[in-house]
Structure formats: C-alpha cells, structure tokens
Design a binder for this molecule. Structure first.
Ligand SMILES: C[S@@+](CC[C@H](N)C(=O)[O-])C[C@H]1O[C@@H](n2cnc3c(N)ncnc32)[C@H](O)[C@@H]1O
Length: 308
C-alpha cells in the first residue's frame, strides 16, 4: 500500500483537552489515516484501549496498518458509521468483560485528503474520475445516480442547503437539461454543468466555481448531516466522568449540528462545554495545512453522573 499523507488537524488543541493517560479508553469515530489515533495510542499506553470507526473500508485498512505500531494498547476497529458508536462500545465491553466508558471521543468530520486525492473516488473537480463520492462504497447511491434521478427542485435544495450555492437553481436546471441527452457519469460532467451555469464575470475569484457544488453533492450522497446532532448527543453519553468529546467541523451546516448537540447536552448538569466558542487552528497551522483553515473545534466534558 503506498504511503499517502493526511496531516491531522489541530492535534495540539485536541490533545490539550483530552484527559489521556496510561490505561485510558479513547474512541476515534473517524479514523481516516489514524493520525490522531496514533497520538492517542501513544498517550494511553501501556494498558489503554482504542476503539476506532471508519465507514470507508479502504481507510479502515490503512488505519489498521498504521496502528500496528501502536504498542501496548488494545485496538478494536469497526467498519461502521460512528452513529453506531454506543452499540459497538457495548459490544466491545461485553467481549472484553469490562466496562468501557470513554475518556476521549474524537469526531473529525468529513473527507480525508486521501479521498480528495484519489481520482477513482470522484470527490474532486481537480481530476477526472467516475462521479461516485460515496465514502462507504459497500452501499448507497453514487453521485451520478443521484444527480441523474433527482428533480431540479431536489438538486437545487441540496446545493443550497449543503453548499450555500447562490447559483443553485441555475446549476440544477443545467444538470436536468443536459442529462436528457447525456446522463452525468464523470467528475468533469458535473464541473461542466457548473461552468455553464455561472457566468464567468460572476464567479468567486477565491475558489473554483465547482467547489460548493462538489461539497454539497458529497454531503448529500453520504448523508453526512443526517441525524448528526442526535449521533453526537448519543456519543457524548458514552463518556466516562471527566471524559471529553471533541468534534472538528469544516463547514457551517456541520458546525451548526455540533453546536446544537453540545448545547443540548450542556443543559444537563453532568455535561459542560469546554469552550463556549469554537476554537480554530493557529495562523501557522492554517498556513502550513490549508485543509485546517475552515476547521472549528468544539468540545464537551462529562463532569459527573452514571453512564447509560
Ligand atoms: C477528516 S478524515 C479523519 C482524519 C483523521 N483524523 C486522521 O488523523 O487521519 C474523516 C474520516 O472519517 C470517515 N468518516 C466520515 N464520516 C464518518 C461517519 N459518519 N462514520 C464513520 N466514518 C466516517 C471518513 O471516511 C474519513 O476517513
């Protein structure tokens, strides 16, 4: 397997809030290349437990290979949506014959750089590939199928809701007209629709005109925001007393759900927000790693109470 790079975002800020020491239980809901997980393992060895999730089996394999270096830590990995985190934690606890309440839970949302850099996955307008965009290729509908099936109104809603795309109506119209003679199949088919819809002089000079559309379609294809608030609340209830959950969100729709989940839990006396306002990367990190620029980190601590 070739060694690919995804630089973990806001590592120092995350490790500063997580109460990790030898023997602790850490949960990574979004393993990716396991950059954060490797550091968590370093801190919980010897005797710690790392439970990891990724809904992309390729990423899970990559994470597993990297975590072989994790030393004296019990590593349990699951090919699953982190929405099932409480179920797997219970199952792992039964198999291990011990309680498993998390001292740290990390959710680093969205795609990995590895996804964006692989033309075969269809996530990027920068390279030609099949218009797929599914993170879990074992199920669901590829982007091309969604865009060749949905009504103009549905496509407009997706672009508006998940991409804040001002040209949503026009782009949706072009997609629906073009697919009558030539269904969308490749990434360039979608890029061409966007370029045909947005007049050159009206384009935002700072980003590629297809950026918002690709983001919005990806979020819709993967159902990334569906029931996200409930999933974060459920995960928070798996924390041990003193445990911390931290979530990194990369766009406003995601961050809204994270904020609501944390505010909702913080209304209960046993949870408190670590910071009222989201924390971003340092200027130095934003310069070094452009992917970190839009990151917003929110975190929540369980102060006392029983685990359910
Ligand atoms: C931003 S990357 C994580 C990068 C990771 N923290 C690292 O250091 O390499 C997000 C990863 O989580 C996975 N992912 C995103 N949403 C998920 C979900 N709901 N359930 C499980 N995995 C998810 C993606 O497939 C991707 O591999």
């Amino acid at each position: 397997m070739t060694e690919l790079r995804h630089e973990p975002v806001m590592m120092d800020e995350l490790m500063a809030v997580f109460p990790l020491e030898a023997g602790a239980v850490a949960v990574d809901g979004t393993l990716g290349m396991a950059g954060h997980s490797l550091e968590m393992c370093r801190r919980i060895a010897p005797g710690g437990v790392l439970i990891g999730f990724d809904w992309d089996s390729c990423m899970l394999d990559r994470a597993a290979a990297r975590l072989e270096e994790s030393g004296d830590v019990e590593v349990r990995l699951h090919h699953s949506d982190f929405r099932a985190l409480p179920i797997f934690l219970k199952q792992d606890a039964e198999e291990m014959g011990r309680e498993l309440n998390a001292d740290a839970i990390l959710l680093d949302l969205g795609v990995s750089s590895i996804h964006l850099d692989d033309p075969e996955r269809g996530f990027s307008f920068m390279s030609e590939g099949p218009l797929d965009m599914r993170m879990d290729r074992s199920k669901g509908e590829p982007a091309a199928a969604l865009l060749n099936r949905a009504s103009a109104g549905e496509i407009e809603q997706i672009l508006w809701d998940h991409g804040d795309e001002r040209w949503a109506k026009k782009i949706a119209h072009v997609i629906v007209e073009r697919r009558k003679s030539q269904p969308l199949r490749k990434t360039s088919d979608l890029t061409d629709c966007v370029l045909a819809a947005i007049p050159a002089k009206m384009r935002d000079k700072r980003i590629h005109p297809a950026t918002r559309t690709f983001q919005a379609v990806r979020i819709a294809v993967n159902g990334e925001i569906d029931e996200l608030q409930a999933a974060i609340e459920d995960a928070g209830r798996c924390l041990a007393p003193g445990g911390v959950m931290a979530v990194l969100a990369y766009h406003s729709g995601e961050d809204r759900q994270v904020k609501r989940a944390m505010r909702s839990l913080a209304k209960e006396s046993e949870f408190e927000e670590v910071n009222r306002k989201p924390v971003g990367p340092t200027e130095e990190e934003a310069r070094r790693n452009p992917r970190s620029r839009s990151a917003k980190m929110r975190s929540l601590r369980r102060v006392k109470g029983d685990q359910g």
